[in-house]
Design a protein around this ligand. Structure first.
Ligand SMILES: *[C@@H]1O[C@H](CO)[C@@H](O)[C@H](O)[C@H]1NC(C)=O
Length: 167
Protein backbone atom coordinates (compact mmCIF):
# COMPACT_ATOMS: atom_id res chain seq x y z
CA UNK A 1 0.00 0.00 0.00
CA UNK A 2 2.73 2.39 1.01
CA UNK A 3 4.54 1.58 -2.21
CA UNK A 4 1.56 2.34 -4.35
CA UNK A 5 1.26 5.75 -2.75
CA UNK A 6 4.94 6.42 -3.28
CA UNK A 7 4.80 5.40 -6.92
CA UNK A 8 1.82 7.65 -7.53
CA UNK A 9 3.59 10.57 -5.92
CA UNK A 10 6.69 9.97 -8.02
CA UNK A 11 4.64 9.72 -11.20
CA UNK A 12 2.76 12.91 -10.42
CA UNK A 13 5.97 14.74 -9.68
CA UNK A 14 7.57 13.49 -12.88
CA UNK A 15 4.65 14.59 -15.00
CA UNK A 16 4.41 18.01 -13.40
CA UNK A 17 8.11 18.75 -13.93
CA UNK A 18 7.87 17.55 -17.52
CA UNK A 19 4.97 19.87 -18.18
CA UNK A 20 6.88 22.81 -16.74
CA UNK A 21 9.89 22.65 -19.03
CA UNK A 22 9.68 23.34 -22.71
CA UNK A 23 12.97 22.27 -24.29
CA UNK A 24 12.79 25.26 -26.64
CA UNK A 25 12.51 27.72 -23.77
CA UNK A 26 15.31 30.34 -23.98
CA UNK A 27 16.72 28.72 -27.15
CA UNK A 28 17.37 31.94 -29.08
CA UNK A 29 18.95 33.59 -26.07
CA UNK A 30 21.21 30.55 -25.59
CA UNK A 31 22.34 30.71 -29.22
CA UNK A 32 23.11 34.43 -29.00
CA UNK A 33 25.08 33.96 -25.76
CA UNK A 34 27.01 31.00 -27.19
CA UNK A 35 27.90 32.99 -30.31
CA UNK A 36 29.04 35.97 -28.25
CA UNK A 37 31.18 33.73 -26.06
CA UNK A 38 32.71 32.08 -29.12
CA UNK A 39 33.44 35.45 -30.71
CA UNK A 40 35.65 36.43 -27.76
CA UNK A 41 39.30 35.88 -26.94
CA UNK A 42 39.73 33.56 -23.96
CA UNK A 43 41.43 36.19 -21.82
CA UNK A 44 38.49 38.60 -22.16
CA UNK A 45 35.82 36.18 -20.95
CA UNK A 46 35.89 37.50 -17.39
CA UNK A 47 36.24 41.14 -18.34
CA UNK A 48 32.87 42.89 -18.13
CA UNK A 49 33.65 45.86 -20.41
CA UNK A 50 35.02 43.45 -23.02
CA UNK A 51 31.91 41.32 -22.71
CA UNK A 52 29.70 44.35 -23.21
CA UNK A 53 31.60 45.40 -26.30
CA UNK A 54 31.50 41.83 -27.69
CA UNK A 55 27.72 41.89 -27.20
CA UNK A 56 27.53 45.19 -29.05
CA UNK A 57 29.71 43.93 -31.89
CA UNK A 58 27.77 40.67 -32.25
CA UNK A 59 24.44 42.45 -32.20
CA UNK A 60 25.37 44.96 -34.85
CA UNK A 61 25.77 42.13 -37.36
CA UNK A 62 23.14 42.67 -40.04
CA UNK A 63 23.05 38.99 -40.86
CA UNK A 64 21.51 37.90 -37.57
CA UNK A 65 18.08 36.30 -37.91
CA UNK A 66 15.07 38.31 -36.83
CA UNK A 67 14.71 36.33 -33.59
CA UNK A 68 18.35 36.85 -32.68
CA UNK A 69 17.94 40.59 -33.35
CA UNK A 70 15.01 40.52 -31.00
CA UNK A 71 17.19 39.07 -28.22
CA UNK A 72 19.79 41.75 -28.97
CA UNK A 73 17.11 44.39 -28.67
CA UNK A 74 16.14 42.99 -25.25
CA UNK A 75 19.65 42.65 -23.86
CA UNK A 76 20.94 46.01 -25.04
CA UNK A 77 19.41 48.01 -22.15
CA UNK A 78 20.46 45.37 -19.57
CA UNK A 79 24.03 44.77 -20.78
CA UNK A 80 25.41 45.09 -17.25
CA UNK A 81 22.98 42.53 -15.86
CA UNK A 82 24.10 40.17 -18.60
CA UNK A 83 27.83 40.86 -18.37
CA UNK A 84 27.91 40.10 -14.63
CA UNK A 85 26.79 36.43 -14.74
CA UNK A 86 28.46 36.04 -18.15
CA UNK A 87 31.81 37.00 -16.61
CA UNK A 88 31.41 34.21 -14.04
CA UNK A 89 31.39 31.65 -16.84
CA UNK A 90 27.81 30.62 -16.15
CA UNK A 91 26.47 28.01 -18.62
CA UNK A 92 24.20 29.62 -21.24
CA UNK A 93 21.01 27.89 -20.09
CA UNK A 94 21.41 29.23 -16.56
CA UNK A 95 22.60 32.57 -17.84
CA UNK A 96 19.49 33.00 -19.97
CA UNK A 97 17.17 31.96 -17.16
CA UNK A 98 18.92 34.49 -14.96
CA UNK A 99 18.55 37.39 -17.39
CA UNK A 100 14.98 36.34 -18.11
CA UNK A 101 14.38 37.74 -14.63
CA UNK A 102 15.43 41.20 -15.83
CA UNK A 103 13.33 40.87 -18.96
CA UNK A 104 10.75 38.06 -18.82
CA UNK A 105 10.31 38.13 -22.60
CA UNK A 106 13.79 36.75 -23.22
CA UNK A 107 13.07 33.05 -22.73
CA UNK A 108 9.85 33.26 -24.70
CA UNK A 109 11.71 34.03 -27.94
CA UNK A 110 11.96 30.82 -29.99
CA UNK A 111 12.99 29.99 -33.52
CA UNK A 112 10.10 29.48 -35.91
CA UNK A 113 9.48 25.79 -36.60
CA UNK A 114 9.35 24.88 -40.25
CA UNK A 115 7.52 21.69 -41.01
CA UNK A 116 7.47 21.81 -44.81
CA UNK A 117 10.21 19.22 -45.16
CA UNK A 118 8.62 16.82 -42.74
CA UNK A 119 6.73 13.82 -44.04
CA UNK A 120 3.15 13.54 -42.77
CA UNK A 121 4.20 10.53 -40.70
CA UNK A 122 6.80 12.70 -38.94
CA UNK A 123 4.10 15.13 -37.88
CA UNK A 124 2.14 12.18 -36.56
CA UNK A 125 5.03 11.41 -34.23
CA UNK A 126 4.80 14.81 -32.55
CA UNK A 127 2.72 15.22 -29.43
CA UNK A 128 -0.39 17.37 -29.52
CA UNK A 129 1.42 19.71 -27.14
CA UNK A 130 4.24 20.17 -29.65
CA UNK A 131 1.78 20.72 -32.51
CA UNK A 132 0.03 23.35 -30.41
CA UNK A 133 3.33 25.05 -29.69
CA UNK A 134 4.14 25.15 -33.43
CA UNK A 135 0.78 26.77 -34.09
CA UNK A 136 1.21 29.23 -31.23
CA UNK A 137 4.53 30.20 -32.72
CA UNK A 138 2.74 31.04 -35.96
CA UNK A 139 0.08 33.00 -34.13
CA UNK A 140 -2.54 30.48 -35.18
CA UNK A 141 -5.25 29.00 -33.04
CA UNK A 142 -6.84 25.66 -33.91
CA UNK A 143 -10.36 26.51 -32.86
CA UNK A 144 -12.44 23.55 -31.77
CA UNK A 145 -9.63 21.12 -32.55
CA UNK A 146 -9.64 17.99 -30.44
CA UNK A 147 -8.15 15.18 -32.49
CA UNK A 148 -4.46 15.08 -33.28
CA UNK A 149 -5.30 14.84 -37.01
CA UNK A 150 -7.02 18.21 -36.80
CA UNK A 151 -3.91 19.82 -35.33
CA UNK A 152 -1.73 18.19 -37.99
CA UNK A 153 -4.01 19.48 -40.74
CA UNK A 154 -3.83 23.00 -39.32
CA UNK A 155 -0.03 22.83 -39.11
CA UNK A 156 0.12 21.80 -42.76
CA UNK A 157 -2.32 24.50 -43.81
CA UNK A 158 -0.38 27.27 -42.07
CA UNK A 159 3.08 26.33 -43.33
CA UNK A 160 3.32 29.66 -45.18
CA UNK A 161 3.26 31.43 -41.80
CA UNK A 162 6.31 29.55 -40.51
CA UNK A 163 8.71 31.54 -42.64
CA UNK A 164 7.36 34.86 -41.50
CA UNK A 165 10.23 35.65 -39.23
CA UNK A 166 9.43 39.32 -38.95
CA UNK A 167 10.32 41.24 -35.84
C1 LIG B 1 10.85 33.88 -17.76
O1 LIG B 1 10.10 34.78 -16.98
C2 LIG B 1 8.69 34.64 -17.07
C3 LIG B 1 8.04 35.73 -16.25
O2 LIG B 1 8.53 35.75 -14.94
C4 LIG B 1 8.29 33.25 -16.60
O3 LIG B 1 6.90 33.07 -16.78
C5 LIG B 1 9.03 32.21 -17.41
O4 LIG B 1 8.72 30.92 -16.92
C6 LIG B 1 10.52 32.47 -17.33
N1 LIG B 1 11.21 31.47 -18.15
C7 LIG B 1 12.24 30.76 -17.71
C8 LIG B 1 12.75 29.72 -18.62
O5 LIG B 1 12.75 30.94 -16.63
Amino acid sequence: MKYIFLLTAVALFASSTRAASDPRECEVCMKVMTDIRESMQKDGLKDKPKIESAMGAHCSNEKLSAREKKICYYIDPIKRDVAQPFSLGMPVDRLCKRINKSNPEICGVKFPVKTENLEPQDLTKLRVKQLKSILLDRGVECKGCVEKEEFIKKVQETEHLAGSDEF
